[in-house]
Each structure stands twice: as C-alpha cells, then as structure tokens.
Design a protein around this ligand. Structure first.
Ligand code: TXA
Ligand code: MG
Length: 359
C-alpha cells in the first residue's frame, strides 16, 4: 500500500480531511498528530479496522488502545457511566493529555479494549486530531504510531520511518508540542490511580483533587496497572544506561566514560554536561539540565538519534522526578531496560525486571 502524506498546513486540508474521515469509516488506518505524540488511528467501533492497527504496529493483542473523542458528549457514548469526579477531570484537563480508564459501553469492540471491560478515553487538543475525529464521525482508536517496542514518533517523518507502506495515510501536523504521551488514570472506587505517568503531572492532579489521589502513587507502587507497562518499551538502537543522582558526580562519571570509550559510546546528556565532553563524540544534546519541558519535547528524538549514528552503547543523563520529570524518567527507565545507575551509591535500581517486547 502506498502511504499518502497529507500536510495539515495545506490550504485545502479541510477538503482532504473529509476524504480521510471517509477512509477511516471504510476501515483504513490513518496516522494523525496530537499534542503528545503521533497516533495510529482507526474507527474505534469497528473491530476489523482496529485489528489493522495491531498488524501495522506488530503489537501484542493483549495491550488495549485509547479511544480519542471529540469531547465529553462522545465519551458518553463509549463509557457505560461517568462519575462526577471523572467528569470534573474531563472538564479541567480536556482537550489535553489525560486518558481516563472508564467502564466500556457495548459499542466498544473487544479488539479496542483487548478484551477488558474498561476502555481508555481521551480528547486530544491538536486541531488536526480533532478535525479527523469529526470527519470520521466516530471515536478513533489509536496507539502511538511506532512499531511495537520502539520510541514514539513526534514528527510525521518519524511515523513514515516506521509505517510507510503499512497504513493508508499520515497527516503531517509538524512536531508534537509536548513530545511524550498522555497520563493514564483510573478513578474506579472514587480514587485517582495513575496507571502511566504522562504529560499531566501528579502535582497537577493532586492540586486539583487532593482528597482523591490514591496513596499508592505517592509510595511508588511498581506493579504495572496499564497492561502496556509490562512490555519492553521505547528501545533505542543500542543498549542504554542512564545515570542519575548528584549532578556533579553524574557529570564526572560521564566524562570518564567519554574518555575511556571514545568513539564507541554515544552520549545523551544535558547541555551543561555536553560542554565538558571532548569534541567529536556521538552526542545528542538534550536540553538545559532540569528543563523538563524541553527534555520531554526532545526525549524520543534523542532515543531515535542513535539509529542514524550507530554506537555500541548509549549513556544517558537522567533527571529528577518532579513534574513531568516523573514521566521522562518512566520512559527512560523502560528504554534502558531498567539500567539506571544512581551516582551517589553506584547501585542499580529495579534489577532483573522482565523484558518483553511491547508497544
Ligand atoms: O498520548 C497518548 O496517550 C498517545 C496519543 C496517540 O494519544 N497514545 C498512546 O497510546 O500512548 P499507547 O497505545 O501507545 O499507550 C496506551 C497506554 C498503554 O500503556 C495501555 O496499556 C494503557 O494506555 N491502556 C489503554 N487502555 C487501558 C485500559 N482499559 N486499562 C488500563 N490501561 C489501559
Ligand atoms: Mg505506545
């Protein structure tokens, strides 16, 4: 199949999106930009169309998809019920990067929910995503638009790299504003539990609903709640080890490695650390140290950088878990297969975590 590339900034995009919506209704898969990452969309109410998403990604079929809706009214058609707390959260954070896991209505096929009786629902903020949902007239089931196990694409070129020839079309809406995925939560039982940390932060949720935040997230319960979290995720082209801890010690450690392994290792580090490294190393300068917005924006680009610049091993510089730092470190932890070295103690956290391919 030849994959069409449609630019959202073309003057006739309004006309093009009508025909892409019709293609979705016929059961085709269309990739679209969101404010988080690019999605791989199909008619979320058509099980056969949804199967094509799993095929295009090579995704295990026990990992459910998120339904992208135009607003609360459409969410009501795919959820069996919406509690007052869930409605409050939708009003506050939609359109935006918050996915709520809700009891699913009969309209939602098992292919979308991977056989669960719940479904993840979110209303994306990107105008091209909204235009496609409206043109299709249905909620769009969509995972991130990468091959299973790879970093999530944040540009149309990134989607084309993984999906060219596998899907009907890609809408190019430019680079994604946030650059990492939505926060997935459940409010079952009246408490907010974070299944996957993301662009809406724990601090924002806690400030908005202090009484309802589940203590489990505060104590860092590590059992995966979102089915997708148990799989190996975001794997770059070479093994990744991430150093965290005292900034100066991390910097010194990375400098030593750069001197010992010149040319063999690639470095994915802050601007401050990069300034101390010898010239000419395979290097991705991530952003100012601690600038979490910039780091989130460039995270997946950095993991993909070493595809084109092959190395034996990638050395990453981690960050703290405040704000969106929690989601950044969650993705880096998975991308490294849990190879996180704390530079104050030299110990590795989460050793021996199961490594399975995932999406
Ligand atoms: O920002 C995003 O969320 C992007 C854009 C495209 O919207 N989508 C995305 O989808 O990241 P995906 O499929 O790559 O990740 C969805 C996550 C997975 O970890 C999945 O297991 C979890 O959400 N999830 C989906 N439905 C669920 C459910 N019913 N219960 C628990 N977790 C669920
Ligand atoms: Mg994904």
């Amino acid at each position: 199949m030849e994959t069409r590339l449609v630019s959202a900034s073309e003057p006739d995009f309004e006309g093009q999106v009508i025909s892409l919506g019709a293609a979705v209704r016929r059961g085709e898969v269309v990739s679209f930009p969101t404010e988080t990452v690019y999605g791989l969309g199909a008619d979320g109410l058509n099980g056969d169309a949804v199967k094509k998403i799993y095929q295009a990604k090579g995704r295990p079929s026990d990992n459910p998809l998120i339904l992208h809706v135009s607003g609360i009214a459409q969410a009501e058609t795919v959820a069996r019920s919406i509690s007052p707390l869930e409605r409050k959260l939708m009003n506050q954070f939609w359109p935006g990067p918050l996915t709520l896991v809700l009891p699913k209505s009969e309209q939602v096929p098992d292919e979308t929910s991977a056989g669960l009786d719940t479904v993840g629902v979110r209303c994306p903020a990107h105008p091209a995503a909204q235009a496609l949902i409206r043109a299709a007239g249905r909620p769009l089931a969509a995972p991130s638009a990468n091959l299973s196990g790879k970093p999530s694409p944040t540009t149309a070129e990134g989607v084309m790299h993984d999906m060219k020839g596998r899907i009907f079309a890609v809408i190019d809406g430019g680079p994604c504003r946030i650059g990492l995925e939505s926060t997935v939560i459940s409010c079952a039982g009246g408490h907010i539990v974070i299944y996957r940390p993301g662009a809406v932060t724990l601090e924002e949720l806690r400030e908005f609903a202090p009484a309802e935040i589940d203590r489990a997230v505060l104590t860092g319960s590590s059992r995966p709640k979102a089915p997708g979290m148990k799989y190996r995720h975001y794997a770059p082209s070479a093994p990744l080890t991430v150093y965290v801890g005292h900034a100066e010690e991390v910097e010194n450690k990375i400098l030593t490695l750069a001197q010992e392994k010149a040319g063999k290792y690639g470095f994915f580090v802050s601007r401050e650390t990069a300034a101390r490294l010898p010239e000419g190393l395979p290097l991705f300068v991530w952003g100012r140290r601690g600038d979490h917005r910039e780091m989130a924006h460039r995270l997946f680009e950095g993991l993909l950088y070493f595809n084109a610049h092959p190395v034996e091993q990638i050395i990453g510089e981690g960050t703290d878990t405040a704000g969106i730092g929690m989601a950044i470190m969650n993705r880096l932890t998975k991308a490294s297969g849990y190879h996180i070295i704390i530079e104050e103690t030299g110990s590795s956290v989460h050793p021996g975590e199961e490594e399975r391919r995932e999406s």
